[in-house]
Design a protein around this ligand. Structure first.
Ligand code: GTP
Ligand code: MG
Length: 266
């Protein structure tokens, strides 16, 4: 009988113009993986500031650091879809996501991964459970985050407190479900879509308190376009769900998962 092999964790980190954060990010990832080893994929969309070039140099001495480069900015959601498929095609059993701007502390990666090893399908770094929070944000930015969460949670009837947060570790089967059902958003709406898909598929989501810190270097890619995209998608999903009496699972679209993926271990 073939024994199940644990393919480990791949942490996907999308980057666009994050050169000012890169050295510290890689240092802190190196430290975190001493507690529990994991691999990292930086998915760079042709950053004009040379982020991709710098990652390529660093990766020469760090076998756990991988780089995928695309031509131009295609959005966070698109980067994650590509990174998730890359991970599963290579047999990783867990997949994480984290921003490159140090808003998420790499030291928390092992804690999130442990929750998945212990049986969660999604361990979500949460600002909105006891012990979690955010630092350095303006009142307006705080309000935007809280209202976006309230809007999505209410409309889609989601029990998860922080549905927009992007510091997460998924089980392999959760990643496969997200890839199979398909997501459309390219901004933070992607995070909401993933929670929605997993909730409707009865997957186990646990929230682990984290402190989010506003970026110190580089600029935010948050825009009105991204906010409207998320709002529109929530309304669309809510209508699809209520048209079917609230019992519908998200519509299955053509799979974006690589056909090479045969790993069912989670
Ligand atoms: N590959 C890729 N990465 C992106 C793109 N847009 C944003 N990112 C990265 O996604 C992560 C989150 O982007 P941020 O600009 O910090 O946006 P945010 O965290 O949603 O918003 P803030 O809370 O304002 O920081 C960062 O690591 C960005 O570099 C993109 O089009 N392509
Ligand atoms: Mg950010």
């Amino acid at each position: 009988m073939e024994l199940p092999v644990d393919g480990g964790l791949l942490l996907v980190v999308p980057t666009y113009n994050e050169l000012g954060n890169l050295n510290e990010l890689v240092d802190r990832l190196s430290q975190a993986r001493r507690r529990r080893p994991f691999d990292v994929l930086i998915l760079d969309d042709g950053s004009p500031d040379g982020t991709g070039d710098r990652v390529r140099v660093l990766a020469q001495d760090l076998p756990w650091l991988n780089l995928v480069e695309r031509d131009g900015p295609q959005g966070l959601g698109s980067a994650y879809r590509a990174g998730f498929a890359w991970a599963r095609a290579r047999g990783y059993s867990r997949v994480g996501e984290m921003d490159a701007d140090l808003s998420h502390d790499p030291a928390s990666v092992p804690m999130l991964e442990s929750a998945v090893v212990d049986g969660a399908d999604l361990a979500l770094g949460s600002r909105y459970v006891a012990g979690g929070g955010s630092e350095g944000w303006s009142v307006a930015r705080r309000l935007l985050s809280k209202s976006a969460n309230l809007f999505a949670r209410t409309l889609l009837r989601l029990p998860t407190r922080d549905v927009t947060g992007g510091f997460r570790v998924y089980s392999g089967r959760a990643i496969d479900v997200v890839l199979e059902h398909g997501t459309e958003c390219d901004g933070y709406g992607f995070q909401v879509e993933s929670v929605y898909i997993l909730t409707r598929n009865d997957m186990r989501i646990v929230e682990i308190p984290i402190t989010f810190r506003d970026r110190q270097f580089g600029s935010s890619k948050m825009s009105n376009k991204v906010v409207w995209e998320a709002a529109r998608r929530c309304v669309q999903l809510a209508f699809t769900s209520s048209a079917s009496g609230g019992t519908a699972r998200p519509p299955v679209r053509s799979s974006t998962a690589s056909p090479e993926v045969t790993d069912e271990r989670a």
